[in-house]
Design a protein around this ligand. Structure first.
Ligand code: PLP
Length: 350
């Protein structure tokens, strides 16, 4: 509803003011919460949701610090910065946020290979927060979410999963033991590259209340129009994901057979494919410059197919190969997508 305020009422459940509540947020939150199996809280962007979840998890550790398992308290020591375990490569701005907190001595970051549940478990000793992203952006690495979340629980760490690439149609982190699921709803959930939006979902009523309070106090509230568009996009998310995933699977297979391609990263499901192009950054740039139907652009999860060489961003973690081109597969005809991509790859191969 396009309203910044609501008729005053003595009813304690009344919405009051547009930074506290909005009926359109509630509709979107109800739909996403039903899909994920928890209570959803929507934010102005995916990063607003990421930031709120990190702060709420850190506040939770401060509040329950004494109750943390003995190992955790011993290792971190009283007054030590809480440990946050994060993937070696994940969405670069999430990593930048955590690095900023570390630079301010508010946290200590431990980076791990999220495909190795034993390494994740070992890194959780003394940790306050496990930040998983699965599949990861842009390496498309998949974590054993259930094993990692179970380990986080044993260590008294809050377990968070950024499930943007999976959507609730392909992965339900809360059912796998996560405390919070995070989404950049900008991507597949809204689905049309016309909205910036985020969400956090949890089955813990205290965490949900803390996230809402954080949104109200810090003000990272979404516009009702954006949320309405996301709600409309959500009506077709199953159709879009099914179609894009079928094309992504087919493209991944064909890409494996192309001489310009050194390696294809595709987890076997989902709408994202990353390819490492033979010949390094230059060859990869030629592929991106050579397409006509695919759109060279950042972001992902829209109805139109997009691609980009991720290391063109200075903030991208150096473990991401220079030659890696991330493909976000949309809903166009798969033969048209392949013909366009193959021509660009043929050209790059010389
Ligand atoms: N998480 C992942 C995995 C992303 O890919 C992104 C954006 O690309 C974000 C979070 C941040 O979302 P937003 O751009 O909506 O702030």
């Amino acid at each position: 509803m396009l309203s910044s305020t609501f008729v005053a009422s003595e009813d304690p459940a009344a919405r009051g003011y547009g930074r506290y509540a909005n009926p359109t947020w509630e509709d979107f939150e109800s739909a996403l919460g039903t899909l994920e199996g928890g209570t959803a809280v929507t934010f102005a962007s995916g990063m607003a949701a990421v930031s709120a979840v990190v702060e709420v998890a850190l506040a939770r550790r401060r509040a329950t610090g004494d109750a943390a398992p003995a190992g955790a308290a011993r290792e971190a020591g009283p007054g030590a910065a809480p440990v946050v375990v994060v993937p070696t490569a994940a969405y670069n701005t999430t990593l930048a946020l955590l690095d900023e907190l570390a630079a301010a001595d508010r946290i200590t970051v431990r980076r791990v290979d999220v495909t190795d549940a034993e390494a994740v478990t070992a890194a959780l000793d003394g940790a306050a927060l496990l930040w998983l992203e699965s599949p990861t952006n842009p390496m498309l690495e998949v974590a054993d979410v259930a094993a990692c979340c179970a380990a986080a629980r044993r260590h008294g760490a809050t377990a968070v999963v950024d499930s943007t690439f999976a959507t609730p149609l392909r992965q339900l982190p809360l059912a796998l033991g996560a405390d919070v699921v995070v989404h950049s709803a900008t991507k597949l959930l809204a689905g049309h590259s016309d909205v910036l939006l985020g969400a956090a979902v949890t089955a813990d009523p205290d965490l949900a209340a803390a996230l809402r309070r954080h949104r109200t106090v810090h003000g990272a509230v979404p516009g009702p129009w954006e949320v309405w568009l996301a709600l409309r996009g959500l009506r077709t998310v199953h159709l879009r994901v099914d179609r894009a995933e079928a094309s992504a699977r087919e493209l991944a297979q064909r890409l494996r057979g192309h001489r310009a391609v050194e390696r294809v990263r595709y987890p076997g499901w989902g709408t994202m494919v990353s390819v490492e192009v033979r010949g390094g950054a230059q060859a990869a740039d030629r592929v991106v410059a050579g397409v006509a139907l695919w759109v060279p652009a950042t972001s992902l999860g829209g109805v139109e197919s997009t691609l980009e060489r991720r290391r063109r961003h200075a903030a991208e973690p150096p473990v991401v190969p220079e030659s890696l081109v991330r493909l976000s597969v949309g809903v166009e005809d798969v033969e048209d997508l392949w013909a366009d991509l193959r021509a660009a790859l043929d050209d790059a191969a010389g």
